[in-house]
Write a protein that binds this ligand. Structure first.
Ligand code: SAH
Ligand code: SF4
Length: 370
């Protein structure tokens, strides 16, 4: 306790220093943490409103050429069936989104850079646009691609792209990825720059509670996100997966409950630092706490990503263990979410793209000065 005044003073500063961020991330009294969450929620309400916008998540392929040491669908995991949803299955999922008044979909997959795959992605983006009369906003999350490919995705009609930096500290990044040409920190940075240059609303983020990660790393992550001026953020707790090399370090991890609180603090501090961005409430939060995603809304998140992945593929898209809702279908997800958003005190932003106001404000500002 007794920190409430200091928390409030910091939250009102126009710029948070590294020490301020460290102080907020280190809060451990539940009352202090709740207070921080309340301040972040007030910022969210004032700057972006209390609507939670929906992004129907279509995890359309688990085929991946990368071997990230934390991820359950990494190339070297042979214990799952690899799939690529058909064009028709993907269109069906998008039509479901449209019919149920979701404003947007996220097409997410493992990373492939071959022409067959990138052509396929361009094709489905165009097909979704025409099948839904351009109503659905489309976010892509298909990993690192060439600048030319990103441009083709954009021209096909995708307007947002999610590419988490995963860890903004170069040394930590290389502890989480094997040392080969597929896992190059500088390439990932370049991708984020290209996406921005091309005109995407750019989303990034990190995992919280990774082995080897410190509070200082996390403070730097938040400063990195601010520095690159991201429009959207997806950050969620790291959750171990037994079929991955990082599993070996599970004894070093903080308890899952602590990872949840640390993630909530990260969300709250980010909302205070970057008032008009979109912040997703990561599904991984729900793997720790049945109400993890609603708690994130109360700490400043404003985007929810209900799964539209067909039930038969969900068990093969386990990035981490204990992924929630793998037995549900998309109708159940829809009903469940509406209730959950209401419980958090928010409204559901139906039939709206819910674009990042940060992106809109930045472009508006640029136009004024050009
Ligand atoms: N292949 C693309 C998108 C799919 S992975 C990419 O890597 O960008 C989507 C996100 O899942 C990753 O960015 C990573 O942050 C998250 N993820 C992977 N393994 C995870 C784990 N074990 N715990 C929590 N999140 C994980
Ligand atoms: Fe592939 Fe993405 Fe998983 Fe890395 S995090 S192994 S790129 S799906």
């Amino acid at each position: 306790m007794a920190e409430l005044e200091k928390i409030e003073t910091i939250s009102k500063k126009p710029e948070l220093s590294r020490d301020d961020i460290l102080f907020l991330l280190s809060l451990d009294d539940p009352e202090d943490i709740r207070y921080l969450g309340g301040l972040a929620y007030a910022v969210k309400k004032k700057y972006v409103g209390n609507k939670a916008y929906l992004r129907g998540l279509i995890e359309f392929s688990n085929i991946c050429l990368k071997d990230c040491l934390y991820c359950g669908i990494r190339r070297s995991n042979n214990s799952l069936e690899r799939f690529l949803m058909s064009r028709q299955e993907i269109i069906d999922a998008a039509e479901f989104a449209c019919k149920n008044r979701y404003g947007s979909v996220v097409l997410q997959s493992g990373e492939r850079t071959d022409g067959t795959f990138t052509d396929f992605v361009c094709g489905i983006v165009k097909d979704i646009k025409s099948a839904t009369d351009g109503k659905l906003g489309i976010t892509l999350s298909c990993g690192e691609q060439s600048k030319e490919t990103y441009r083709r995705f954009f021209e096909a009609g995708a307007h947002r792209y999610l590419l988490r930096i995963e860890a903004s500290d170069r040394d930590l990044y290389y502890k989480l990825h094997p040392p080969d040409r597929h896992h190059d920190f500088d390439t990932r940075l370049s991708c984020l720059e290209w996406l921005k240059e091309i005109g995407f609303q750019v989303g990034t983020g990190v995992m919280v509670g990774l082995p080897f990660q410190t509070i200082s790393n996390l403070a730097n992550d938040l400063m990195f996100i601010k520095k690159i001026d991201a429009d959207m953020i997806g950050l969620g707790p790291y959750i171990e997966h037994s079929q991955t090399p990082l599993y070996e370090f599970r004894q070093q991890l903080m308890p899952r409950q602590d990872r949840l609180f640390l993630t909530l603090k990260m969300i709250a501090v980010l909302r205070i630092m970057m008032k008009d961005i979109n912040i997703a409430s990561a599904t991984a939060l729900q793997a720790i706490d049945g109400f993890g995603r609603e708690r994130a809304l109360k700490f400043g998140a404003n985007i929810i990503m209900p799964s539209l992945t067909p039930g038969k593929h969900r068990k093969d898209y386990l990035l981490y263990e204990d992924k929630p809702c793998i037995e549900e279908n998309r109708d159940e997800c829809k009903d469940c979410l509406e209730i959950r958003i209401k419980m958090a005190g928010d409204e559901t932003g139906y039939e709206a793209w819910g674009d990042s106001l940060h992106f809109i404000n930045r472009n508006h500002k640029n136009q004024t000065y050009v």
